[in-house]
Design a protein around this ligand. Structure first.
Ligand code: KIV
Length: 272
């Protein structure tokens, strides 16, 4: 589909590195959130597979399906008029090799108005990224902590291997990605890799030395049910929606029980 006029593109996101303008990114999974993010000046909206944890209440992202990704991406892309919308390819399409990945990514682009896709993994995913880019699909890379490999990694841990991070980031760049996410790595390592790359880095838990930052929408607004766990250390809560909604719902329940809702003004009288 044609780019909306005045809208950002993957190429423009890449060029933001040269101009020095920081890139603001959030995830979104629904129409009102995507509209708000777009209107607020967010540059790129990621329809993350974090939908599996923050919306579906799963312990990991592994259960998210391609159909669910397409469903959410179609909604978000329809809501955004300026921001670039990127769909996160769910496990295990990119792990299955280039052919399977190209098929899945092509479906996303055919069935939604997204600009491109995000592919998790570094050097080991380079041939897959290259094949998807060669199919004409812009790719956002994702190095550092790879949540889709949580079982192999044994948990969500800060990554502290500079050599591996550098090798992965350079491989993703060489394969044709227009930018890359760097997740949960030591800040000085992320800054060093950012300085080495020609494409922008978008950090999450990777310090201020990246070219941009991404946060999960539900973390930004404390709208995730973390149970007994805290909001992740890297996430700043800008507004506490959990508290606001909790208080509002309790008030609503009390008003229904007491008969204080609805009032006469909120009710319909006879026709005049
Ligand atoms: O799924 C997601 O939201 C992500 C971001 C945390 C980068 O991959």
């Amino acid at each position: 589909m044609a780019n909306k006029s005045g809208a950002l593109s993957a190429t423009k996101i890449t060029k933001m590195k040269d101009s020095g303008e920081k890139i603001a990114v959030v995830t979104a999974y629904d129409y009102p959130s995507a509209r708000l993010a777009d209107a607020a000046g967010v540059d790129l909206i990621l329809v993350g597979d974090s939908v599996g944890t923050v919306v579906q209440g799963r312990p990991t992202t592994l259960g998210v399906t391609l159909e669910q990704t397409i469903y959410h991406t179609e909604i978000v892309a329809r809501a955004a008029s300026r921001a670039v919308v990127i769909a996160d390819v769910p496990f295990p399409y990119c792990q299955l090799g280039p052919d399977e990945a190209v098929r899945a990514c092509a479906r996303v682009l055919k069935e939604t108005d997204a600009t491109g896709v995000k592919i998790e993994g570094g050097a080991s995913r380079a041939s897959t990224i290259r094949a998807v880019v060669e199919a004409g699909i812009p790719v956002l890379g994702h190095v550092g902590l790879a949540p889709q490999s949580v079982k192999a990694l044994g948990g969500y841990r800060v990554q502290r291997d500079l050599e591996r991070l550098t090798e992965d980031a350079l491989a993703v760049q060489e394969a044709g990605a227009f930018a890359t996410v760097i997740e949960c790595v030591q800040s000085d390592y992320a800054a060093a890799v950012t300085a080495k790359l020609a494409i922008p880095t978008i950090g999450i838990g990777a310090g201020v030395g990246c070219d941009g930052q991404i946060l999960v929408f539900h973390d930004l607004f404390n709208f995730t049910d973390h149970g007994s766990e805290q909001t992740p250390k890297h996430a700043r809560v800008y507004r506490d929606l959990h508290k606001i909604i909790d208080e509002g719902l309790r008030e609503y329940v009390a008003d229904v029980k007491s008969g204080a809702f609805p009032s006469d003004e909120e009710s319909f009288g006879g026709a005049k």
